[in-house]
Design a protein around this ligand. Structure first.
Ligand code: GLY
Length: 406
C-alpha cells in the first residue's frame, strides 16, 4: 500500500468509527432521555449501608462546603475502616483462614468518568483511599495483593496490624473448633479434656453439643461472656460485611465506593464483589450510581451494580432497577428457595436526580430486624429496604443458646 492509500484508509476508518460512535451515542441518549436530561437533585443525597450513619454528618458537611462527591464517599467509608468495632471492614475486619486480614475496595468518580480498585491488600487500613490513588496516580484501574500494598506504602500509608483482639480471638475460635481432625486446640493431655459424647451428626443435639463446646473454647480464649454468642455466630455463619456509599450533589455530580474485609475465613486470595467495578460499585455520571453488600460470589455473576445502572438508563425506577438485579440472582439458582434462603444481598441505588432505593433479597436480617439502609439528604436517617422475599435468610447452621445457659 502506498502512503496516500494508507492515509486515506486511516481517514476512512476513523470516519467510520466516528460515525459509529455518534450513532451509538444517539441511541444511548434516546434510551435514557429522561435520565441523562436530569439535572442534579434539589438537595445532595448520600446513601449507604446502615453503618454509614457514623460518617454521615461529616460527609454531608463536606458537600455543603463544596467538596467533591468522592470526598464525601470516602469520608463515610473511612469512618468504618477506622472503626475497630466494625468487624467487616478495615481495622478489625475478620481475617481469612490464615488469620490475615485481606481488604478489597473500589471507587468511581462520575465527573471524570474514572475508577480505581484494590484487592487482597494486607496491613493497609484505608484501602478505599488507596483505590482512589490507583485512579488518580496510575495508568491502571486495579492493583492486587503485594503490588497494591507496595503502592500504598509508596504513597505514605502505614503498614499496620489490622487484627484487633476481637477479630483475632474470633478467628482462633473458628480455627480451634472447625475440625477435630487437626492439632488446633487443646488435646488429650489437657487436664480438662473429656471424651466426646457421640450423638448422630446433623441432629439438634449435635449442634447443641457443638455450641456448648464453642462456648467453652470462647471462654478459654478470653472472649468476654457478652461477646461469646456473637463470636460463635460469626464462626458458624461467616459474614460478608462491607459498606457501599453513593453520593450525588446539587450539581448532579456523582461518585460511589465500596470497601470490605470480605467473607470471614475465606481462602487466602479470595476476592469478592466489592473491588470489582460493575459488581460491588458502578457509577455513570449520566445516569446514577449503585453498589452492593452481601454474597459477593452471587453479585459478581450478575455484575449487579452495572446491571442496576443500565436498568436506570433504560428508564426503570431505582427500586425496579434493584429488584431486577435481585431477580437475576434468584434466577441463577432457578428460584430454588432451598438455596436462596442461605443468601444475603442488599443493593443501594441512587439516580442522578436524587431518587434512591435500598433493596434486599430478604426483608429481615438474621436477628429479625428489618433490613435497612442509610440516607442523608440533609436529614440523616435509616429507611427499610424493599425486599424480594419476606422473612430472613436462614442462618446455617441455626444458632442455639448454650445448654448450660451461660
Ligand atoms: N460483599 C463482600 C464480599 O463478598 O466480599
Amino acid at each position: 500500500m502506498d502512503r496516500r492509500k494508507f492515509i486515506s484508509g486511516v481517514a476512512l476508518t476513523s470516519a467510520g468509527l466516528a460515525a459509529g460512535g455518534a450513532a451509538q451515542n444517539e441511541s444511548t441518549s434516546k434510551q435514557s432521555k429522561t435520565v441523562t436530561e436530569a439535572v442534579g437533585p434539589k438537595k445532595a443525597v448520600i446513601i449507604s449501608k446502615n453503618t454509614g450513619m457514623q460518617g454521615s454528618d461529616g460527609a454531608y458537611e463536606l458537600l455543603r462546603r463544596g467538596h467533591d462527591t468522592l470526598d464525601a464517599v470516602l469520608w463515610v467509608l473511612r469512618a468504618q475502616e477506622d472503626d475497630p468495632n466494625d468487624d467487616s471492614v478495615g481495622l478489625g475486619g475478620l481475617p481469612n483462614e490464615d488469620g490475615e486480614v485481606e481488604l478489597d475496595a473500589c471507587v468511581m468518580h462520575g465527573p471524570t468518568r474514572r475508577g480505581g480498585s484494590v484487592g487482597g491488600v494486607r496491613n493497609i487500613k484505608n484501602v478505599s483511599a488507596v483505590a482512589r490513588l490507583v485512579m488518580e496516580r496510575t495508568n491502571h484501574v486495579m492493583l492486587v495483593g503485594e503490588g497494591a500494598q507496595k503502592f500504598a506504602v509508596a504513597h505514605g500509608f502505614p503498614k499496620e496490624n489490622l487484627l484487633t483482639e476481637h477479630s483475632r480471638k474470633t478467628w482462633l475460635l473458628w480455627k480451634e473448633t472447625m475440625s477435630n481432625q487437626d492439632s488446633w486446640g487443646p488435646g488429650i493431655s489437657d487436664p480438662n479434656w473429656k471424651p466426646p459424647v457421640p450423638v448422630p451428626s446433623g441432629t439438634p443435639q449435635a449442634l447443641q453439643q457443638k455450641i456448648d463446646h464453642m462456648y467453652e473454647v470462647a471462654a478459654d480464649l478470653g472472649i468476654a461472656p457478652e461477646d461469646r454468642m456473637k463470636a460463635i455466630s460469626r464462626v458458624l455463619n461467616p459474614p460478608t460485611g462491607t459498606i457501599h456509599c453513593s453520593v450525588v450533589n446539587e450539581k448532579g455530580e456523582m461518585s460511589g465506593g465500596t470497601t470490605t474485609s470480605g467473607l470471614a475465613w475465606k481462602l487466602s486470595g479470595r476476592v469478592g464483589d466489592s473491588p470489582i467495578i460493575g459488581a460491588g460499585c458502578f457509577t455513570d455520571q449520566d445516569v446514577g450510581s449503585a453498589g452492593a453488600t452481601g454474597s459477593g460470589e452471587e453479585n459478581i455473576k450478575i455484575a449487579g451494580a452495572h446491571t442496576i445502572v443500565e436498568n436506570l438508563r433504560k428508564g426503570m425506577s431505582p427500586q425496579e432497577a434493584g429488584m431486577d438485579a435481585l431477580r437475576r440472582i434468584a434466577r441463577n439458582h432457578n428460584n430454588d428457595m432451598n438455596k436462596l434462603r442461605f443468601l444475603e444481598m442488599v443493593f443501594y441505588v441512587l439516580r442522578k436526580d436524587g431518587a434512591y432505593a435500598g433493596v434486599s433479597l430478604w426483608s429481615h436480617g438474621p436477628t429479625g430486624k428489618p433490613r435497612n439502609f442509610h440516607v442523608n439528604d440533609g436529614t440523616k436517617r435509616l429507611e427499610n429496604c424493599t425486599a424480594l422475599f419476606q422473612g430472613s435468610a436462614i442462618e446455617w447452621p441455626p444458632i442455639l443458646q448454650p445448654a448450660t445457659g451461660k
